[in-house]
Ligand binder design. Structure first.
Ligand code: NDP
Length: 242
């Protein structure tokens, strides 16, 4: 039986654990060849094993997204090997420190902005020409409710996600008359290492697993997804268009 994403090439950042790992696996199970990006080689290798066992295929790219040249090299390598890109999942993100804005170390602020915002812009810059060569490119960037909730002490993270949302909506406007559709995913609380760090008192078992989110979000990676510049919230096991 043909899989819905057969012959499609997908880049997933932050694929070594958590949400990115689950999305990468889900894309592969649905037929995509996954280009999995993160720093932790062990996590990427575990993903590769799981994908292979499920009958899929992956290419591992162990890079630090703070190395912007590596993002440009990724674009060149995909161009050489496949000549196009069908799916881009900009998922990698960091929390930084939960502390008042006036107490944030400049280094922490810079790193949060660099991973959560600038790296995603560099991905768009490097990969847009390849997405344009797909018949139905779908880009999904992982945001957060924090982009709008603006709680005390979440400043750097909240601000970075608000900037990400502005960037992706701008990209959607710029690509409106092309095969590219670019959207935002707000996962809500998900059982991952990042969430446990942000909310140490919370029972992780009370939260949805990354694979539940991944199963639901695949619909916005399909050629049939027509929305662009939209935010999708994951609630009660389903995606909801905001
Ligand atoms: P995790 O901390 O579990 O995973 C983060 C991923 O990002 C890892 O694979 C990590 O890989 C990668 N990453 C971080 N920094 C870099 C870097 N410099 N270069 C390359 N890869 C990097 O987080 P989650 O899975 O929870 O989060 C995924 C996304 O979902 C984030 O954007 C987060 O903001 C968002 N989100 C999560 C929520 C939740 O409840 N979990 C809620 C709302 C949004 P490595 O360390 O191997 O490089």
């Amino acid at each position: 039986m043909t899989k819905p994403l057969e012959n499609r090439i997908a880049v997933v950042t932050g694929a070594s654990r958590g949400i990115g790992y689950a999305i990468a696996k889900q894309l592969a199970v649905n037929g995509s060849h996954v280009v999995a990006v993160a720093r932790t080689v062990g996590g990427l290798e575990d993903l590769d094993d799981e994908i292979t066992q499920a009958g899929g295929s992956a290419t591992l790219v162990p890079v630090d997204l703070l190395e912007h040249d590596a993002i440009d090299q990724l674009g060149a390598a995909i161009h050489e090997r496949w000549g196009k890109l069908d799916i881009l999942i900009g998922n990698a993100g960091i929390l930084g420190m939960l502390t008042p804005l006036g107490h944030l170390e400049p280094k922490v602020w810079d790193e949060v902005m660099a991973v959560n915002v600038t790296a995603n812009w560099r991905l768009i810059r490097s990969l847009d020409p390849l997405l344009q060569r797909s018949d139905a490119a779908r880009a999904v960037f992982v945001s957060s409710g924090a982009a709008h909730s603006n709680h005390a002490y979440w400043g750097a993270y909240s601000i970075s996600k608000a900037a990400l949302e502005a960037m992706v909506k701008t990209y959607a406007a710029e690509t409106a008359s092309t095969p590219v559709r670019a959207n935002l995913l707000n996962p809500g609380p998900i059982r991952t290492a990042m969430r446990a760090r942000a909310m140490p008192g919370e029972d992780p078992q009370s939260l949805p697993r990354p694979d539940e989110l991944a199963a639901a979000m695949i619909e916005i990676c399909l050629p049939s997804c027509i929305q662009s510049g939209a935010i999708f919230d994951f609630e009660n096991g389903k995606l909801r268009l905001r």
